[in-house]
Design a protein around this ligand. Structure first.
Ligand SMILES: Cc1cc2nc3c(=O)[nH]c(=O)nc-3n(C[C@H](O)[C@H](O)[C@H](O)COP(=O)(O)O)c2cc1C
Length: 193
C-alpha cells in the first residue's frame, strides 16, 4: 500500500502502482516474462497494428551485462539488480498498398502496452520501473532492433527490495510520487487553461 490518496473513487491498482528502484535479488522465470508480455499484447492500438516490439533479458543472461552497460547515469546504479530488463520499441510506419505510410499513433500504442505490462507486474506481486535513460545508438545493434523501429523505454521488473539496498541519495527518492489534481488535467468541454 502506498500513501497516495486519490481525489475520486478509483480501483486501487492505479494509485498503488509506482516505480521503486530497489529490487530483491530474486529471479524471474521465462514463464513470468511471458505473462508480462501477454498483458502487453492485449493493449489496444490504432487499426490494431500492434506496432510494439519487445526485447527482454534476465539477470544472469550473458547479454544482461551488455544491456546494463547501455543504461545512462544513475540508472546504472539501481537497474542492474532487477530480475529482467524489457525494451519496448515500435515502428512509426505501416505497410499500406506496398508503401510505407506513417502511423502517428505508434508511440501512443507502445505506451498503452507498457502500462498493461506494468499493471500485470503489479498483479503478480512484482514492480516495474520504466526508464528513458539509455543509449539507444549503443543498444540498438546489441538488441537487434529491426530497421525502422524506435526504442522508447526499457523497463526493469522484479520483486521490490529493501530501501537500504540503494545508495543514500536514491533512498530519499524511494517513495510514491504525488499527482496533479484531475481539475488541473481535464476540463469540461475544453482542455484546462
Ligand atoms: C517513459 C519513461 C521514462 C522514465 N525514465 C526514467 C529513468 O530514466 N530513470 C528513472 O529512474 N525513472 C524513470 N522513469 C520513472 C518516472 O520518473 C516515474 O514513473 C514518475 O516519476 C512517476 O512515478 P511513479 O511511476 O512512481 O508513479 C521513467 C518513466 C517513464 C514512463
Amino acid at each position: 500500500m502506498t500513501a497516495r490518496h486519490p481525489d475520486h473513487a478509483v480501483d486501487p491498482q492505479f494509485p498503488n502502482r509506482w516505480s521503486p528502484r530497489s529490487f530483491a535479488q530474486d529471479s524471474l522465470t521465462q514463464a513470468q516474462v511471458m505473462q508480462l508480455l501477454e498483458a502487453a499484447r492485449w493493449a489496444p492500438s490504432a487499426s490494431n497494428h500492434q506496432p510494439w516490439r519487445f526485447a527482454w533479458s534476465l539477470r544472469g543472461d550473458p547479454a544482461f551485462a551488455a544491456i546494463h552497460d547501455g543504461l545512462m547515469g544513475f540508472n546504472t546504479v539501481w537497474a542492474g539488480r532487477a530480475a529482467a530488463l524489457i525494451f519496448i520499441a515500435s515502428k512509426p510506419h505501416v505497410e499500406k498498398e506496398g508503401q510505407a505510410a506513417p502511423n502517428p499513433w505508434h508511440a501512443f500504442d507502445a505506451g498503452a502496452a507498457w502500462m498493461s505490462l506494468a499493471l500485470q507486474a503489479q498483479a503478480m506481486g512484482l514492480v516495474a520501473h520504466a526508464m528513458g535513460g539509455f543509449e539507444a545508438d549503443k543498444l540498438a545493434p546489441a538488441l537487434g532492433l529491426p530497421e525502422g523501429h524506435v526504442i522508447h523505454a526499457v523497463v526493469a521488473v522484479g520483486r521490490q527490495g529493501n530501501i537500504t539496498d540503494l545508495p543514500e541519495k536514491l533512498q530519499e527518492r524511494e517513495k510514491p510520487s504525488p499527482r496533479r489534481p484531475v481539475a488541473e488535467l481535464a476540463g469540461h468541454k475544453k482542455f484546462p487553461g
